[in-house]
Each structure stands twice: as structure tokens, then as C-alpha cells.
Design a protein around this ligand. Structure first.
Ligand code: BGC
Length: 390
């Protein structure tokens, strides 16, 4: 299946070559591209790869999280294989830098912008400027909110991400009165709400029936009898349990929660952690609390460091989002938009201003039992990148 996807993308890119060579050229990428050199070295000599400027620019949120470095490498792999040179810029967690990046790409003549917003609402300004300049906007992984200047949204099934995290906790719990600690992503990221919504849908009945007892959010306790929460209610809870997608914030919040609770609130605990970076930080905090005898902690992204934590028994699970699929969907959408077409959508997401046509990919739960089979045998990572694999 993977091969078919790549063949399809490859042929789409080749087909578009003629169209693309007529597009305004983009200035040489500022970013050093070691991945490009590696790919060129590996490429068989007879398959001469032509370096063409693709009139597409990519903006990613930050280099400080392995998740987005992973996306950068997968974009470079795919684009190098197709012989394209595309500029990839990082916003370093700053919406002002993001806007400057977008303006710079517009001035260089990109015709399609693939952007993962740092702050979904703040990025509306960048999308509006791109649209005003005639540039098509593809929202990547995170949805840009409150503007109709978004042509397409490429994402994973984020409800399933939260639901699978929660299901893992449910599958491992027995009896009643089990301590539950909830953590969420950044309130500026629309995904944080969707992940939480997915998790709440699975956890809430198990909170209502007494299986779990929430230990670190009075707002969540106040709403625990509600099966469905409004965005405002989600906001109230997320305001108390946000990690801001930041490892340090996650660790400090977990430590503060552990200080505020007593030994009776600990023992074997269940922790909803929103992603791998925060999961490792939270696991480190819970792991050194003498009153915590055992803990289950969720994650997402299958970051290498968390795969190692899972092998070592320090993180219970992750939700693997195969970034190669997201990248290939984004490139295919960009090529269709460059050709003046409408990318195929499997549904839509309302961003507060419009229904944005979207395509979403499935996600996979990974724990100690299937980590080797899923991520290593499946070729996503090399066995040599980890220790202790059986
Ligand atoms: C992404 C996650 C990522 C998180 C923090 C979310 O929008 O979907 O994969 O871990 O942001 O960067």
C-alpha cells in the first residue's frame, strides 16, 4: 500500500513538472539541506534526479519538538525522491516569525503554502495575506481557525488519537476509585481540543461510574457527569491541565499536582498525557514520587525517545501517526492546487468561519507488545536506533 501511495505521488509530481516549470521560480532555500545531499548520494546514478523548483513553501511550528523535525525529514525524503527543491521554514513557536516566514515565501513567488500553525487563530492573518496574494493555503496537521482563506486541511484522525489514549487507560484499569490525572496540549492549538474531546468521550462514562477519580482538575470534576462538553467547557478544563505542549510546563504541572495531592491519591495511577514530549516529562515526575507505586501514561507521535521509553517500560503507549502519509497527502494536494484542481476530500472541518475540505488518516496504538512489529519491522525506524528491543 505504501508503495502505491508513493508511486501515485511520484507520478503526480512528474506529471506536474511541465506545469511547474512554467511557475515563477522560488529563490534558493536558505535552510541547509543535509537530507538532500544524503538522498542524492543514495540515489542510483542512472536515475538522474532533476532538481526543479516546486512553487510550494512549507512552514512548520518549531524545531524544538522532535515531532516537527520528523515532518521536515519526511518532507525532504519525499521531495528529494521526486527531485524537487522546496523551502521549509520554522516559526520557532512564535506567530510573528510565522507571519514573516509566510510573507517571505509569498514574496518569493510560492503558489501553494503548506502551513502547520503555531497558534491556530493567530495564523488566520498569515492565511489571509497568502490568499490575498493568490496563494492557495493547505493547513497541515493543525487547523487554522476563524478565516475562510484555507483551501484544504490535511490531518490525522485526532478524535481517534484521544480516544485510543483513553481506551488504553480503560483497558488497563480494574475496580473503582482509581486515581486519574488529566493533561492537555496548548489551548492555542485546535488539535488539543479534538484530542481532549476524543479522550473525554471514552473516559467520562468511566469517571461517572466511579472507575476513575479525577485528581488534578476541579473544572473536570465539576463537569464529570456531562458526556459531551461545549468548546467553552473544554476550555475551562484545558485551562487547568494545559502543558502548552512544553516539556518544562508539563513537568512543573505534574510536580505541582503531585505536591497538592496526598498518598491516598496516588498508588497505582492513570495519566492521560497528550503527546510523547509531555508524556516523558510527566512520567519522569510521577516516576520519582515515592507514593506512586505504578502508573500508566499515554502519548502520541511515536517519537524515537518515547519508543525507547516504551521499550524500557517508562511510557505505556503512544499513538503512532505515520507522518509519511500526511506528507504525501499534503504534496498531492499542493500539486492538485497548482494544477488548478480541487484536492479530493473525505470530509470537512469547521474552523469557526468556514467548512474546510479535509482528508484525514488513521492512527495506530503502539505499546510494548507491538512496538517492534509496528515501527521496526514495518520499516518506520531502524532497530539500531534503539536498545533493549527483543
Ligand atoms: C500535533 C501533535 C504534536 C503537538 C505538539 C499537535 O498539533 O498533532 O502531533 O505532538 O501538536 O507539537
Amino acid at each position: 500500500m505504501k508503495k502505491n501511495v508513493w508511486l501515485k505521488i511520484g507520478s503526480l509530481l512528474v506529471l506536474s513538472l511541465v506545469v511547474l516549470s512554467a511557475c515563477a521560480p522560488v529563490a534558493p532555500a536558505e535552510e541547509a539541506a543535509p537530507a538532500e545531499e544524503e538522498a542524492m548520494e543514495e540515489a542510483p546514478a542512472e536515475e538522474e534526479v532533476m532538481e526543479e523548483k516546486l512553487a510550494v513553501g512549507i512552514v512548520l511550528p518549531t524545531k524544538d519538538e522532535p515531532r516537527w523535525i520528523q515532518d521536515e525529514s519526511r518532507f525532504r525524503e519525499a521531495l528529494d525522491a521526486a527531485g524537487y527543491d522546496v523551502e521549509i521554514l520554522f516559526s520557532q513557536g512564535d506567530s510573528a516569525v510565522e507571519l514573516t516566514n509566510v510573507q517571505s515565501l509569498i514574496s518569493k513567488g510560492v503558489q501553494v503554502l503548506i502551513i502547520c500553525p503555531q497558534d491556530g487563530t493567530a495564523a488566520a492573518a498569515a492565511a489571509d495575506q497568502a490568499a490575498a496574494a493568490g496563494v492557495s493555503v493547505v493547513s497541515y496537521d493543525r487547523l487554522i481557525r476563524e478565516t475562510d482563506a484555507v483551501d484544504y486541511y490535511v490531518t490525522f484522525d485526532s478524535i481517534a488519537v484521544g480516544a485510543q489514549q483513553a481506551q488504553y487507560l480503560v483497558d488497563n484499569v480494574t475496580g473503582t476509585g482509581n486515581p486519574l490525572y488529566l493533561y492537555a496540549g496548548a489551548a492555542s492549538d485546535n488539535n488539543a481540543f479534538i484530542f481532549f474531546e476524543g479522550a473525554w468521550g471514552v473516559l467520562q462514562p468511566k469517571i461517572a461510574d466511579g472507575t476513575f477519580v479525577i485528581k488534578n482538575s476541579s473544572e473536570a470534576v465539576a463537569l464529570q457527569d456531562k458526556a459531551e462538553l461545549t468548546r467553552e467547557e473544554q476550555s475551562q478544563i484545558i485551562g487547568q491541565i494545559t502543558t502548552n505542549w512544553d516539556f518544562d510546563d508539563a513537568k512543573s504541572l505534574a510536580e505541582a499536582n503531585l505536591t497538592a495531592t496526598t498518598a491516598a491519591d496516588k498508588g497505582e495511577v492513570f495519566i492521560l498525557a497528550p503527546n510523547d514530549g509531555t508524556a516523558r516529562a510527566i512520567a519522569d515526575a510521577f516516576g520519582v514520587d515515592p507514593d506512586v507505586t505504578n502508573f500508566y501514561v499515554t502519548g502520541q507521535d511515536a517519537e524515537k525517545a518515547s519508543v525507547q521509553y516504551i521499550i524500557d517500560g517508562k511510557q505505556s503507549m503512544t499513538v503512532w501517526k505515520d507522518v509519511r502519509t500526511l506528507v504525501s497527502d499534503a504534496i498531492a494536494a499542493a500539486v492538485t492546487l497548482l494544477e488548478g484542481g480541487e484536492p479530493e476530500a473525505s470530509g470537512s472541518y469547521n474552523n469557526g468561519a468556514a467548512d474546510i475540505p479535509a482528508i484525514q488518516s488513521a492512527v495506530v496504538t503502539v505499546d510494548k507488545d507491538n512496538v517492534k512489529e509496528t515501527l521496526i519491522d514495518g520499516g518506520y525506524y531502524e532497530a539500531s536506533e534503539f536498545t533493549g528491543l527483543e
